[in-house]
Ligand binder design. Sequence first.
Ligand code: GMT
Length: 373
Amino acid sequence: MNIAIVCYPTHGGSGVVATELGLNLARKGHSIHFISYSSPFRLTNYQSNIYYHEVDVSAYPLFKFPPYDLSLATKIIEVAEENDIDIVHAHYAIPHAISAYLAKKMFKEKNLKIITTLHGTDITLVGKDPSFFKVVQFGIEQSDGVTAVSKYLSERTREEFKVEKPIETIHNFIDPDRFNGVVSRCNRKEFAPNGEKLLMHASNFRPVKRVADTIKILAKINEHIDARLILIGEGPDHKSSHDLAREYHIQDKVLYLGTQDYIENLLACADLFLLPSSEESFGLAALEALSSKTPVIGTHIGGLPEVIDHNVNGLLYPVGDIDGMASGALDLLTNDSLYESFQQEARQKAISDFHYEQIVPQYEEYYEMVLNR
Ligand code: GMT
């Protein structure tokens, strides 16, 4: 099939999932056309059957906000004309679902099929905003197919947007050979020179991620054992988390690495991965940790319970339960046999439930179903 994948090129989960899906589909012989405002960061080397089309938006003095969604619709039509596209797969509803719908209506040569994959904040946060709600609802209704990355998100979408049509749950996936937790990939001495335990967190540092909680958990753990925290990513809460670490006098135990393209090498060093989010439709970072044999300490919200099995491969607590998360972390970090069991279970969970070889065919079957409908 000739598939156009519309996504964000950034380090957020939706862009990663869209890119890795395209790469896997290309390896299976499909022709994949990525469309975005810059090349997806995971699109590193040339690979056959992969094409990238850049959307350029003319900046005109009259425009306070350059209308990316309109230029995107135009680019989708151009790519569809030149490459006989069968399906436009829009990842993250805003604005991709609507731009794809516009392209579908304007493209006369063929009945372009639109599939929208919902990733989380396009429903639970941004999509709920009154300035987007109706257009997101319309985009979902007009798509020929809609998938969501967790059962939780499928349910939330039905509830919040009163969607009648079926929403297919296709979970996110992992390459366990890439996220394999081989310790030699990471120089642990560099991060823990005195044998400290290593906690890790990776996100876009937005309020929904509650980065401050990772600092509070670190402070609590350091009342009992020596531990350090590696923070990966950039975003609005970076500075406040820095200030909080100073307030707790543990700034020397927190290492900010900024945005990283190859988190798989760093995860191999982490003893525990912290994901204390208030909203998480799936938690791709948690799956990357599991696959790397790194147990996850997180919150019992959203789609995380579909990824993490509490007391088996991770520990899940109410949002903001710092004491619970810190004490659960300490139980694991001070009991080697328990910790090793969690490590084995973590990798087993990633491989048995979320291997790309199991999930990518679900997208292919869904494409066929939508095309033949
Ligand atoms: O908030 C992020 O993690 C970025 C966001 C995105 O849109 O890229 O992630 C969402 O999509 C990921 C991939 O499907 C999911 O794993 C994340 O859970 C989801 N984020 C939220 O729901 C907050």
